[in-house]
Design a protein around this ligand. Structure first.
Ligand code: MN
Length: 237
């Protein structure tokens, strides 16, 4: 069976003028039989469609905050470092991918980009905007689960994990607020915050607020999400 090519978006280190994804993403895609292909933020327009010609699926990776103007807000206290070129590129990329019904898996920052691209918005800073929010920035290693999420029974995510509750890691201070039209919340933390969204109208369009790729090397449950994504990409390819 052919190995689906999965395009992985990239983060930046401004100080070193370099582009990178954490190796966890590459490893998780390889672990489920996919071929990882990095998609750097282009320096000229029109590259989103060209990139998507090369891949069978799109993985929006984690990273910094999204600039508030992309969801129609002014910057509030607590919004961190943004990289507008990455925002506009990834928003276009995911819109075009979903127009083509290409499978999309969005992780951490990725769930926020997905939701904003399709017309939703986010909390710029949950600690200042959501009273009683849990601690969502764990201080223990990335592979360690930190809080539980309740999965919606019957949802695609619920079926993938085969559970109503799993424990996940947490490295975010932003979160989905108003869910984009056509998407539903399929996982919540105990404080009510959205931890996953999906669209049942699409072949595969899932966003998770946690980092399953960082848990996958040691957690058999986490790799199930990548396996399901790879299966969807194979059908597409
Ligand atoms: Mn969390």
């Amino acid at each position: 069976m052919t190995s689906p090519v999965i395009g992985i978006t990239c983060a930046h280190v401004e100080e070193e003028i370099s582009t990178y994804p954490r190796q966890y993403y590459v490893q998780a895609i390889a672990q489920c039989g996919g071929t990882p292909l990095l998609l750097p933020v282009p320096t000229s327009g029109g590259m989103a469609r060209r990139y998507l010609e090369l891949v069978d699926g799109l993985l929006l990776s984690g990273g910094g905050d999204v600039e508030p103007r992309y969801f129609g807000q002014e910057p509030m206290c607590g919004t961190g470092k943004v990289f507008p070129e990455r925002d506009s590129f990834e928003i276009e990329l995911v819109r075009v991918a979903l127009q083509q019904d290409m499978p999309v898996l969005s992780i951490c920052r990725g769930i926020q980009v997905l939701n904003i691209a399709l017309g939703g918005d986010i909390y710029q800073d949950i600690f200042s905007q959501v009273p009683g929010a849990l601690e969502h920035s764990q201080k223990i290693p990335r592979s360690f689960p930190w809080h539980k999420v309740d999965l919606v029974p019957g949802s695609r995510l619920g079926k993938i994990f085969g559970r109503e509750e799993i424990r996940v890691n947490s490295f975010h201070h932003q979160a989905v607020k108003t869910v984009a039209p056509g998407f539903e919340v399929t996982a919540r933390a105990a404080d009510g915050l959205t931890e996953a969204i999906e669209s049942s109208e699409r072949r595969f369009a899932i966003g998770v607020q946690w980092h399953p790729e960082a848990m996958a090397p040691t957690d058999p449950m986490s790799i199930k999400l990548f396996e399901a994504f790879a299966v969807a990409c194979r059908v597409q390819g």
